[in-house]
Design a protein around this ligand. Structure first.
Ligand code: SAH
Length: 242
């Protein structure tokens, strides 16, 4: 249904990735949101090696098998680790600049939007690292997400993803939990990236707690297993078609 891609002049993260790739350094990649104070993504972390990955991502690398699809692959860091381990990997991203960098790094990368229904290859592992399920944006879009995931999975295939429960942002000191239910699901965040003079369009990014994810996954015909827990309300999930 959707085949939006990001052109270089509206692509702060792609620019940062391209700069770091060609010069070994980059300026500040700034992250703005109406929900958080301004933050930054250290661009070098987008080029992390296996040893530099957080334990949940290392586990994700170890659980990957067969032919792998790396969704929203960025600089291709996970693809490269899996290729070194002898797996066949395809990387997709909507950033023209990132796809170009990945190709220069030897990754089989394609400019494809995950939600584009004309992309019909099948994979044994679909990988969504660094809260890759964020691309869903809003909870209401999860059914569409699961339809697309089903289309991409070979029989017996698995979807691996990490995400975080943002409830800690709303927890009071006594442990009670205050959210405005009318405002929608509490893990729905708006972000905007900036790099040098490049300002990206604002986008919706979903952080989802494991229980909500399982609920929607079950509804869509998936088993949802919690494989590991991170240090800060984050977790690794493995989903398979029932
Ligand atoms: N997985 C990488 C990059 C994470 S940043 C890492 O862990 O380092 C998220 C990436 O997802 C960006 O490169 C962005 O361009 C890409 N992206 C966003 N929406 C997408 C979509 N609908 N389909 C495919 N890629 C998408």
């Amino acid at each position: 249904m959707e085949n939006r891609t990001i052109e270089p002049k509206r692509d702060p993260m792609g620019r940062a990735i391209a700069d770091y790739h060609s010069t070994g350094k980059a300026a500040k990649l700034r992250v703005l949101s109406s929900m958080f104070y301004e933050d930054e993504i250290p661009v070098s972390t987008l080029f992390r090696t296996f040893g530099e990955m957080p334990p949940l991502e290392q586990r994700m690398m170890e659980l990957s098998r067969g032919r792998v699809l790396d969704v929203g692959a960025g600089s291709g860091c996970h693809s490269l680790v899996l290729m070194e381990r002898g797996l066949g990997v395809k990387a997709i991203d909507i950033s023209e600049l990132s796809v170009q960098v990945m190709r220069e790094r030897g990754v089989d990368a394609a400019l494809v939007n995950f939600f584009d229904e004309t992309f019909v290859e099948k994979f044994d592992t679909v990988l969504m690292a660094m809260n890759g399920i964020g691309i869903v944006g809003k909870v209401e879009r999860l059914p569409e997400f699961f339809r697309c995931a089903k289309r991409l999975l070979a029989p017996g295939g698995q979807l691996l993803l990490d995400s975080s429960d943002l409830r800690y942002l709303f927890e009071e000191e006594d442990g009670s939990f205050t959210v405005n239910l009318a405002a929608g699901y509490y893990g729905e965040v708006d972000f905007e990236l900036r790099y040098k003079g490049v300002k990206g369009a604002s986008f919706d990014w979903l952080y989802i707690d494991f229980e909500t994810l399982s609920l929607y996954a079950n509804e869509a015909g998936f088993n949802c297993e919690r494989c590991a827990d991170g240090e800060h309300y984050d977790y690794l999930a493995r989903l398979t078609v029932k």
